[in-house]
Design a protein around this ligand. Structure first.
Ligand code: MN
Ligand code: MN
Length: 295
């Protein structure tokens, strides 16, 4: 056959033997959805931008000196948005995630807006009843409702809190209503202003989490200097190595059972944030698969 070599359209541009569903340990679910976004839309283009960037990543990990792509990473087709209501979309995500978990796979979801994490947590909770949730985010997302729906991205952790324990990291923006809720429930978010310039906080975060942990990353938890491609950037966020240190330590001390990377709003003139998101997905996959094997 002549012409350009065929490159499969999947996360990491992996060859067929490493990207088949049956053999894969990890399954990637792209969810291009941004119906409840409050300021800048575009998160629906996030999953495609992450996959595009991932095709140019080195799959050998420079830190752990291994290549987990050979364990198998399968990329599903995009989950088509449900335009009926946010509640219906969350249900669709929950069902899709449940199908994957039923087949013994680990799931990594690419967003898309943060609201759909509720469907993902519901699905994981079925399989891991003691689940707790680690959220990296600039925002608490603890409003009772927002813009007429209790299924908004701004309410997602309020709904998740009704199902499981939550630990929030990188927080630097919230409403009075959310602050009152935090006080009333005795929640102890890791506010960015309190962990800045400190070294010891990852262990404190991990101590709060149960044995089985779902990780949800709203990319605006990162500082906008490294992650400007988000709908609502907030100054003074987490750095790349800080997040990696937390996640690696978490993978050593707890079992990460699933994760999502949400809210990438790609900008055509700056692809570096897309690469950050793709590298983050692959880092989470690497930490998780390696520590799974050591058990
Ligand atoms: Mn946020
Ligand atoms: Mn969020």
């Amino acid at each position: 056959m002549s012409g350009p070599e065929y490159v499969p359209y999947n996360f990491g541009a992996l060859p067929e033997e490493h990207s088949q569903f049956e053999k894969g340990r990890l399954v990637i679910l792209p969810v291009p959805y941004d119906a409840t976004a409050s300021y800048r839309t575009g998160a629906k283009d996030g999953p495609q931008a992450i996959i595009n960037a991932s095709r140019n990543l080195e799959t050998f990990d420079e830190e752990l000196l291994c290549d987990v792509s050979t364990r198998g990473i399968h990329t599903l087709p995009e989950l088509m948005p449900e335009h009926g209501s946010p509640e219906q979309m969350i249900k669709r995500v929950e069902e899709a995630a449940g199908e994957i978990l039923k087949r013994g796979k680990m799931l990594a979801t690419l967003g898309g807006e943060h609201s759909i994490t509720l469907g993902l947590v519901r699905a994981h909770k079925e399989f891991f009843p003691q689940l707790s949730v680690l959220q990296i985010d600039a925002h608490l997302d603890l409003r009772h409702s927002y813009a007429g729906t209790i299924y908004s991205h701004a309410s997602v952790m309020r709904r998740v809190y009704e199902l499981s324990g939550i630990t929030q990291v990188g927080i630097r923006s919230f409403s009075e209503e959310e602050h009152s809720f935090v006080v009333e429930k005795g929640l102890k978010p890791f506010y960015q202003r309190n962990i800045n310039y400190r070294e010891d906080w990852p262990d404190e975060v991990i101590e709060r989490l149960s044995e089985e942990v779902y990780v949800t990353v709203d990319l605006d938890g990162f500082d906008p200097s490294v992650m400007p491609s988000v709908g609502t950037p907030e100054p003074g966020g987490l750095g790349w190595y800080e997040v990696l240190r937390l996640l690696r330590r978490l993978s050593e001390k707890r079992r990460i059972v699933g994760f999502d990377v949400m809210e990438l709003c790609p900008e055509p003139d700056n692809v570096a944030p897309d690469f950050l998101a793709a590298r983050l997905v692959y880092k989470l996959a690497t930490y998780t698969l390696i520590s799974d094997e050591q058990e």
